[in-house]
Design a protein around this ligand. Structure first.
Ligand SMILES: Cc1ncc(COP(=O)(O)O)c(C=O)c1O
Length: 458
């Protein structure tokens, strides 16, 4: 452990102060500000309020500073400001996006017919996956969803999308934006380790038969709250039985399939109809950097919209814009390529493995400590727990966790998160950076214990 004062994660200023400091930036005037002055202004009023993801005490979210290899790719992306929707706007960019998508399918061991498209975020990848699922279901009902919309279904209220109770809220957004309404979501119970409970799922599928039409099941490969990886293979079996589309939301966790010792957790992913993955999370690719994989590249034909001035139906050149919106798409592919090529897979995998080991070691370290209650065994790089010091009554524990969270955050020295599991308030540590070690996590536990001690003494 180190006694050096850590770099503050950000200024620690309150929202009102941040807004006051930033006001000069949006004071748009007739005359411009010279570049040197502009730089000084941004440095003084904005940078102190930005979060330092590069510090090992940042243990709350999935963000990371891009490595040098990513910065190089991002600089080229910026200098050329390429839109890569098709060959006409960027022959190199459009081709690179296509080539990289296919290369990633091979890297992840997906089917030979698999393909990928870059998306603005995991949220939109999930939304497109659900659209594709509903589209295929409509085709099986004999109509074209693109033309008729959900009005084409005889009873659209029967449509059901099955997701984990711990699934990311972007699936709710998706279902709202697709016009199905949240009534179409069926929340699946999770087991003690926060993975979808397959027996319960089988029973639910049985119960829904005849009453609802199961269009899609979503397995989360790395839930946002606990990092749990749902059992993909048994869900693929159930989808094969019911005809439902299987979507794997691996926005956070799918990267860990690349770590050999963790790969078995993702068994069955090659049978998924679609998979979301966010390299802007632990790969630290500049935001936005997300992908949607599909098992059969022909699935993307359901997205294609041609126009009279580009994306022409007869075009034979690479045309990534036919596989997903938007039409003006960033060359996000390049920083991802420069990370993977620049670092090489051995380095990438070692950097992915480090946080997994740090979180696992922390769980091993804490599991027999009397003042800690672990909420799950970590599948990936997240650990949820409660501090339960002697002398605190059970009904005071939620308030204590909130107090610990608020005090740690107020210190400005470290960032942790708080969430709710089984209606209890719990603390959550997240590691995505290889630079956050077991010792850093233990320092956080020590800091939490100090706060608890101070609270107990008052
Ligand atoms: C499991 C999961 N799915 C989807 C998302 C949404 O991805 P994005 O933030 O890229 O929109 C997240 C974000 O953290 C996530 O953890």
């Amino acid at each position: 452990m180190t006694n050096a004062t850590p770099t503050p994660l950000y200024s620690g200023a309150a929202p009102g102060q941040v807004a006051a400091d930033l006001a000069q930036l949006v004071d748009f005037q007739a005359r411009g500000v010279p570049m040197a002055e502009l730089q000084a202004m941004v440095s003084a009023c904005l940078l102190p309020h930005l979060m330092r993801y590069d510090q090992p005490q940042f243990q709350s979210m999935f963000n990371a500073f891009p490595p040098a290899e990513a910065r190089f790719g991002a600089q080229v992306m910026l200098d050329y400001n390429q839109g890569v929707t098709n060959w006409q706007v960027s022959p190199g960019g459009a081709t690179l996006e296509e080539l990289c998508g296919r290369a990633l399918c091979r890297l992840f061991g997906l089917a030979a017919e698999a393909d990928a498209t870059f998306m603005y975020s995991g949220t939109y990848a999930n939304q497109q996956a659900l659209y594709l699922a509903i589209h295929r279901y409509a085709e099986r009902q004999g109509f074209d969803l693109a033309q008729q919309g959900i009005a084409g279904f005889a009873a659209s209220e029967r449509l059901a999308v099955l997701i984990s109770a711990d699934a990311h809220f972007s699936l709710k957004h998706a279902i709202r934006m697709l016009g199905l309404g949240e009534q179409s979501l069926v929340l699946l119970p999770v087991d003690a380790n926060r993975r979808i409970d397959v027996d319960a799922l089988r029973a639910i599928v049985q119960e829904l038969r005849g009453a609802r039409d199961i269009v899609c099941m979503v397995a989360t490969a790395g839930t946002t709250i606990t990092g749990a990886v749902d059992p993909i293979a048994p869900m693929a079996d159930l989808c094969a039985d019911t005809g439902a589309w299987l979507h794997v939301d691996g926005a956070y966790g799918y990267a860990y399939k690349l770590v050999p010792a963790w790969a078995p957790l993702f068994h069955g992913d090659d049978r998924a109809d679609s998979i979301t993955w966010d390299p802007h999370k632990q790969l630290a690719a500049p935001i936005p950097n997300s992908l949607l994989f599909v098992r059969q590249r022909t699935d993307f034909a359901r997205m294609a919209l041609h126009s009279s001035y580009f994306n022409l139906p007869e075009a034979v050149e690479p045309n990534p814009g036919l596989k997903s919106p938007p039409s003006t798409r960033p060359m996000s592919v390049l920083p991802l390529v420069t990370i993977l090529r620049g670092q090489g897979l051995d380095w990438v995998v070692a950097d992915l493995r480090a946080p997994l080991l740090a979180i696992r070691s922390l769980a091993d370290d804490l599991k027999d400590q009397p003042d800690v209650e672990l909420c799950h065994r970590p599948d990936t790089g997240i650990l949820c727990f409660r501090l339960t010091p002697a002398g605190v009554r059970a009904n005071e524990l939620d308030a204590l966790q909130r107090h610990l969270y608020e005090q740690v955050l107020a210190s400005g020295e470290r960032s942790i998160s708080i969430t709710s599991l089984n209606e209890q308030t719990v603390l959550r540590l997240v590691v995505v950076s290889p630079h956050t070690t077991l010792a850093d996590l233990q320092e956080t536990i020590a800091a939490l214990r100090n706060v608890a001690l101070r609270k107990l003494m008052t």
